[in-house]
Ligand binder design. Structure first.
Ligand SMILES: C[S@@+](CC[C@H](N)C(=O)[O-])C[C@H]1O[C@@H](n2cnc3c(N)ncnc32)[C@H](O)[C@@H]1O
Length: 276
């Protein structure tokens, strides 16, 4: 089987979901248009750890429909967003044009990012919130990140925690580890008709291939690619209802397990810098 057998399957799912996501109140396109200061909840959550991005040249990998990318641009960064879904990039460009915040959006596979963007020039690589799970090889991803960064440039990722990804969401009465924690060559193949935002749209492309990557594997990939870790914080919340029926919504659109949330790392923020 070709290495990239999963790409067309996953892209069909994202291409179909992008317009529904753009129309969903959860992505708040109307608020971005109505208020030039409006920022996504994800970026508002990230701000205390992210700090001042003003004047930075940043790239948002797997930017989806661009709401976080536009938020970073509104904070003063010169942003490029990259995603392999043409439909997601079209929605991102439409939002950028209608809300008046300039961002360059590029359609490409994340593993090709250093080939299609200017390598060694970015002050900031920003990514996460349902990004790494679509990639079969976390080491290859970290090499791309390191290639994109200028010496001294920063990686900022907040992502679903690999322990959370390993929980079987179909078991709603307790937390059960049912999926791989470590990266495996074989994908997790799922057929899921829905999506993670509020929508009435019914989808037809529902098969996805995904992979988990253990926290140690992610850290080792970052270090092996020539970056130095500058922070690793685990959070007790995640910005989508990852375990339906077991979670409650808290502030800033975050969700956490309602029963003893301290049992579970829900997401993490990893920061690293490329050596000078
Ligand atoms: C869950 S979304 C990312 C969410 C984003 N943080 C947000 O909420 O706006 C995942 C994105 O990854 C993109 N994606 C998946 N696999 C990719 C790949 N191999 N290369 C580039 N983009 C990819 C999808 O098209 C989708 O837009």
């Amino acid at each position: 089987m070709a290495d990239d057998f999963y790409i067309d399957i996953n892209r069909a799912s994202w291409d179909e979901r992008a317009p529904a996501h753009a129309a969903s109140p959860d992505y708040a396109f109307d608020k971005f248009v109505a208020d030039p200061q409006f920022l996504s909840e994800v970026v508002r959550f990230d701000l205390p750890l992210l700090g001042d991005v003003g004047g930075m040249r940043g790239v948002h990998l797997q930017c989806h429909i661009g709401t976080d990318t536009i938020s970073l641009a509104r904070l003063g960064a010169t942003m490029t967003g990259l995603d392999f879904s043409g439909a997601a990039i079209a929605e991102a460009r439409r939002l950028s044009a209608t809300c008046g915040t300039a961002v360059e959006f590029v359609e490409a596979d994340v593993y090709d990012a250093a080939a299609v963007l200017a390598p060694g020039t970015f002050d900031l690589v920003f990514t996460g919130i349902g990004a790494l799970c679509w990639l079969p090889d976390v080491r290859r991803w970290a090499e791309v990140v390191a290639e994109l960064l200028r010496p001294g440039g920063r990686l900022f990722i907040r992502e679903g925690h690999p322990v959370l990804w390993s929980i079987d969401e179909r078991q709603t009465d307790r937390l059960v580890i049912g999926y791989p924690y470590f990266e495996r060559a074989e994908p997790l193949v799922e057929d899921a008709p829905g999506t993670y935002v509020t929508t009435d749209v019914e989808f037809t492309h529902n098969t996805t291939h995904s992979w988990n990557h253990g926290l140690g594997e992610i850290v080792t990939a970052v270090l092996s690619a020539g970056m130095q870790m500058t922070g690793l914080i685990e959070h007790d919340s995640v910005p989508w209802e990852a375990l339906p029926g077991q979670m409650e919504q808290i502030e800033l659109g975050e969700w956490r397990v309602a029963d003893r949330p301290w049992r579970l790392p829900h997401s993490y923020t990893l920061q690293a810098a490329k050596g000078r």
